[in-house]
Design a protein around this ligand. Structure first.
Ligand SMILES: [Zn+2]
Length: 144
């Protein structure tokens, strides 16, 4: 399996896309963890890598080694990584557009079930690769 991972190198604004192979077992573990946190796998991988880089200067290791090493510690690091990933689920969202759902979805914020045929608010992210998200009426940002 290949994951597209963006990693900042030197210049923080300059992001590169890296591809790495991960063993199937690791893939399952990462996927399970990501599902658990309700974040895209690539975000999780990115967080783990950033974390690994910040812990030690791993300039001599390649991404795959780093990822494998990090994954070994996944079990005990779970809580810490989870905390790192727990940011506002609506981060990076520019706008919401009211839509009628053609298939059931869940609110990205409160996890409420949004039925097919019901109204939901489609989150429009700042980048085209942004995962698709909906929020319920109550979780829409309110003008104050
Ligand atoms: Zn909600």
């Amino acid at each position: 399996m290949y994951h597209g991972v963006t990693q900042s190198s030197g210049d923080a604004k300059k992001e590169r896309v890296l591809h790495t192979r991960v063993p199937a077992v690791l893939e399952r573990e990462l996927k399970r963890f990501a599902d658990n946190l309700r974040v895209p796998v690539s975000n999780l991988v990115r967080t783990i890598l950033e974390d690994a880089v910040s812990v030690a200067d791993a300039a001599t290791e390649n991404v795959e080694e780093r990822l494998k090493k990090a994954a070994k510690h996944l079990e005990k690091e779970r809580e810490r990584i989870k905390k790192k990933m727990e940011h506002d689920p609506l981060e990076g969202i520019l706008a919401f557009q009211e839509v009628v759902l053609a298939m059931p979805a869940r609110c990205a914020k409160c996890d409420k079930e949004l039925p097919r045929g019901g109204k939901a608010n489609l989150a429009i992210g700042e980048s085209p690769g942004h995962p698709r998200r909906f929020v319920c009426e109550e979780c829409l940002p309110k003008a104050t």
